[in-house]
Design a protein around this ligand. Structure first.
Ligand code: PEP
Ligand code: MN
Length: 342
């Protein structure tokens, strides 16, 4: 259920409502909106006894919320959530491009790619330091050394850092360095990780599992949100289908549906979405034209020498061209490319 407070409701009134929610054995989630506060209620088995709220002041309306992904649903909050990362706002109409290598490989590599993607207009730098690889025999990431290199690249370029967190053991370390915690496709249903991330104050990029339905993605976001962290961005990165000519099938339809069903920002990953370098710029343009909140794109100074995902990584030149094209497309859908404050 959603409890919408009157525009002028006082803090004491909100607290009284939250207390009543707890007395009923449920959990209240305060969701501050532009003009009024709303309180999302979770944990109730069956309908709440609405008469128990009759004597409380400051309540405008009580609205039942039907989807099981309650807190992240549009029924709970009709306005888009804006995820703030430093001085950046994701979800508020500006389009963000996160770019960088699949893995952080060396100081030279990450600084070089950070400089080029910053110059081309990215606002955030991606790079895996802990890599969940399909084979245990291939490069697993530079781990803490990689996180330190990302921090160095942030200090030099001003780009915020997006990096994957693989497990709860390393979460405190990764959260120390990262501005955005990436949850990988292979971890989308790792519920203890989602709950632990929900207890941090870091923004989150939640990637869709390779065979996860839209509902499952939203339920995964609900885990993070209900544990207390409302700074969640969803990411469509392609799903596994019968197709073998592409690495994954980028499901742009899901982007439209997720933005409709949820108030959370949606970011598209065209790199893992197709896995073929020359097609990544086209999918980037298509995603921007569809109307998402941003892209996450793999870029490597020398893709042929990359330790992971070289086949789908753009060269800095191709990335610059893609950014140029995005600048032309975005105004058509009422958006603009976000810039970093210098
Ligand atoms: C990645 O971003 O490099 C990655 C491993 O992505 P995914 O979890 O979507 O496979
Ligand atoms: Mn990758």
């Amino acid at each position: 259920m959603l409890i919408v407070m009157k525009p002028g409701a006082t803090r004491t009134q909100v607290t009284a409502v939250l207390q009543r929610v707890e007395e009923l054995g449920c959990k209240g989630h305060s969701m501050p909106g532009r003009n009024r506060t709303a309180i999302g209620v979770t944990g109730n088995q069956g309908p709440l006894p609405t008469e128990r709220f009759g004597s409380l002041d400051g309540i405008a309306r009580l609205i039942p919320v039907s989807p099981p992904y309650k807190l992240v649903s549009r029924e709970m909050q009709s306005e888009n959530t804006i995820v703030r990362i430093g001085d950046l706002e994701v979800g508020g109409g500006q389009f963000h491009v996160i770019a960088g290598p699949c893995s952080v490989e060396s100081r030279e590599q990450i600084l070089s790619v950070a400089r080029s993607v910053a110059a081309a207009g990215a606002t955030m730098l991606r790079g895996g330091a802990f890599k969940p690889r399909t084979s245990p025999y291939v490069f697993q990431g530079l781990k803490e050394e990689g996180l330190k290199l990302l921090a160095e690249a942030r200090d030099e370029t001003g780009l915020y850092i997006v990096t994957e967190v693989k497990d709860t053991d390393t979460l405190p370390m990764v959260a120390d360095y990262a501005d955005v915690l990436q949850v990988g496709a292979r971890n989308m249903q790792n519920y203890s990780l989602l709950e632990a991330i929900g207890k941090t104050d870091r923004a989150v990029l939640l990637k869709r599992g390779m065979s996860a339905t839209i509902k499952e993605v939203l339920m995964a976001a609900e885990y993070i949100f209900s544990a207390g962290n409302q700074r969640v961005m969803l990411c469509e990165r392609g799903i596994r289908t019968f197709e073998t000519m592409t690495r994954n099938t980028l499901d742009l339809g899901a982007v439209a549906v997720m933005r409709d069903l949820s108030h959370l920002p949606v970011i598209v990953d065209p790199s893992h979405g197709i896995g073929i370098r020359k097609h990544v710029p086209k999918l980037s343009r298509a995603a921007a034209a569809l109307g998402c909140d941003g892209l996450i794109i793999e870029v490597h100074p020398k893709p042929d020498e990359a330790l992971s995902d070289g086949d789908q990584s753009l060269t800095p030149e191709l990335f610059e061209q893609t950014m140029h094209d995005l600048r032309k497309i975005l105004p058509v859908v009422g958006s603009t490319l976000a810039t970093r404050a210098d």
